[in-house]
Design a protein around this ligand. Sequence first.
Ligand SMILES: Cc1ncc(COP(=O)(O)O)c(C=O)c1O
Length: 300
Amino acid sequence: MTSPQTEITTPLQKLEDARFDQIGIEVWMKRDDLNHPLIQGNKWHKLRLNLDQAAKQGQTQLITFGGAYSNHIAATAAACYERGWSSIGLIRGDELANNHQAWSLTLKQAQRHGMQFEFLDRQTYRLRHHQAWLDALQQRFPNAYLLPEGGSNEFAVAGFEKVINQLNQQCEGWTDLFCAVGTGGSLAGLAKYASPNQTVWGIASLKNADYLKPQIQNWIGSSKQNWRLLTEFHGGGYAKSNSEIMLKTKQFESKFQILLDPIYTAKLVWAFNTLLEQNHFQAGQKIVLYHSGGLQGCTD
Ligand SMILES: Cc1ncc(COP(=O)(O)O)c(C=O)c1O
């Protein structure tokens, strides 16, 4: 696919804080929230090679899955809209079908970009990983390209090679990279292309996320052990928050003039701050926080 975004190198913004100087660490934020107003951050990297693959197969309709607050749903709708393709979102929660007022900004925005919705009850939604159910769906839409929940698959994972290449050029010798985790596709991609002596830390935004680990290792596709999944920073669960997270988000946003989304990057920054306060870091570490976007769901 030829899109100007393919060539964008997003800024690596240095974060200055006396606490970093005291320990002797350096910290940056990789501003992938700036790569596109709608297909932001990790979404762009996860969709890029999937869109190429669909085009190769002559498919100009995408079907994907998500909850009402899924940035992936919004990004898929926008990407299809840009190309004049159609998109269908299978959304968790049949109670939303006749209750437009309860729709999130994310759903409203996806609808503006032409996405058609089918609202599934929670039991049916659970079938999204079952091959027989997916086969039946493909039969209903024979020309559609099916994208899994969160857009995470091997093409999504491969999309992160560009991010790591950019980081290696922008920050020689970086040692640690922190990213937010939903399905784990982004963490897997970053770890896959990072070198074995660099550590990629994933901060799970959802509760009880340990079940993601085998799939993440599978995507990395090797015995590479340069990644960790931290599961204690979910703040109450997916799309939940607490007063401490909100306070840390406000402090970070006003100090560095960088907006965070409440579901993912707010928890990433909270986790990093907590680890800093627990003296987790050592002199010489060069740490990058990955801004994966998600801000399009924060404003109408
Ligand atoms: C802003 C943002 N950051 C991080 C993630 C997590 O990405 P992944 O599902 O690849 O773990 C998402 C989910 O799509 C997201 O919207």
